[in-house]
Design a protein around this ligand. Structure first.
Ligand SMILES: Cc1ncc(C[n+]2csc(CCOP(=O)(O)OP(=O)(O)O)c2C)c(N)n1
Length: 354
């Protein structure tokens, strides 16, 4: 099966061309855009972990290692496309245009951080595994009925492919030729469960065969390869040819969440040892150096701008007005049940302290 679903790559780990056929689409400006977004979300990710460790946010889901998969896929989207991310895809959401302030409020447990994006069609991150795949199919079908050329992308991990919603979402999208891209980031683990213990399929891409749709396996550490694979799949879907399943083979460098200790289930020292060899940012940096389009002054300037942007947003998060106690009850159902109403009244009558 691995031969049938070869790993698509555009540059190797040393940043050298393996396939130059799309070179004209990768002019200096575009390449710098990829690098900028990858650095931005890496810096944001490092801050997220640090803020949690300092007790300034409750929890955090790191994605270091998956920057190429998230940036390459997000930058392939059109302005009017739909994004259905998971809790680990805030890098993709930020790249597509999600509001940074809202993203930080999300990690601070605030209702304001759980609303869909104002500017783009970015849905709130799905915490239940795979439940957003049928939603993405539905949104894509609606675009189809409206006669637009807009598509949807759904993000999910390897573990999600063991859920019923994965199969239901893909099956119906396939039958109705919905313009949706199913974008899997195979980071090797579903919390502590390695992919080999979860499935007998050699690849995730091959699962597409069961639904009669194309399956594509791409190097998820190669931002160019991801970008072209997703662009092609989106174009197929826009021209009425239906969904594609893409498996981006990637690596999660850190923990599943800040509440988890990865050294309990994998050789974390080994991950740290090979980290620099497989790092998607370093790969892109090497490529830029080969092409003579790497400038340290440029990198320093974008890094400073990113740090300033993040520090200002963190400050706004930390000085944001206090939440109302009633928020906890007001957003559970559209119409509150009597039990929730009763709990709310009880808490409010005690001044919100018990
Ligand atoms: C329906 C459902 N079942 C179980 C969980 C608990 N859970 C949270 S993350 C996770 C693993 C998901 O792994 P994967 O799909 O590979 O995504 P990754 O976290 O690696 O990005 C599980 C089982 C959940 N959130 N939702």
């Amino acid at each position: 099966m691995r031969e049938k679903y070869p790993l698509l790559q555009i540059i190797d780990q040393e940043g050298k061309w393996l396939d130059e056929s799309n070179e004209e689409g990768l002019l200096e400006e575009k390449v710098k855009q990829f690098y900028y977004h990858m650095l931005r979300i890496r810096t944001y990710d490092q801050k997220g972990v640090a803020l949690q460790r300092q007790g300034r946010i409750g929890t955090y889901v790191p994605f270091a290692g998956q920057e190429a998969a998230q940036v390459g896929s997000a930058l392939a989207l059109g302005n009017e496309d739909w994004m259905f991310p998971t809790y680990r895809d805030h890098g993709a959401s930020l790249t597509f245009g999600a509001d940074l302030d809202r993203m930080l409020l999300h990690w601070n447990g605030r209702i304001e951080g759980c609303l869909p994006s104002r500017e783009k069609k970015i849905m709130p991150a799905s915490i239940p595994i795979a439940t957003h795949l049928p939603h993405a199919t539905g949104a894509a079908m609606a675009e189809g009925y409206k006669g637009t050329r807009n598509a949807a992308i759904a993000y999910f991990g390897d573990g999600a492919t063991s859920e019923g919603d994965f199969h239901e979402g893909i099956n119906i999208a396939s039958v109705f030729k919905a313009p949706v891209v199913f974008f899997n980031q195979n980071n090797g683990y579903a919390i502590s469960l390695p992919v080999e213990k979860q499935m007998n399929s050699e690849t995730i891409a091959q699962k597409a065969e069961a639904y009669g749709i194309p399956g594509v396996r791409v190097d998820g550490m190669d931002v160019f390869a991801v970008y072209f694979a997703v662009s092609e799949a989106l174009e197929r879907s826009r021209s009425g040819k239906g969904p594609t399943l893409i498996e981006a083979v990637t690596m999660r460098f850190g923990a599943h969440t800040t509440a988890d200790d990865p050294s309990k289930y994998r050789d974390q020292a080994e991950v740290n040892r090979i980290r620099d060899q497989v790092d998607p940012l370093l790969r892109l940096e090497k490529h830029m150096k080969h092409r003579g389009i790497w400038e340290m002054a440029w990198r320093d300037s974008i890094e400073t701008a990113i740090q300033d942007e993040l520090e200002a947003a963190i400050k706004r998060m930390e000085t944001y007005e206090q939440p109302a106690v009633s928020d906890m009850f007001d957003h559970v159902f559209a119409e509150p049940t009597w039990t929730i109403e009763k709990q709310k009244q009880r808490i409010l009558s005690t001044g919100g302290s018990s």
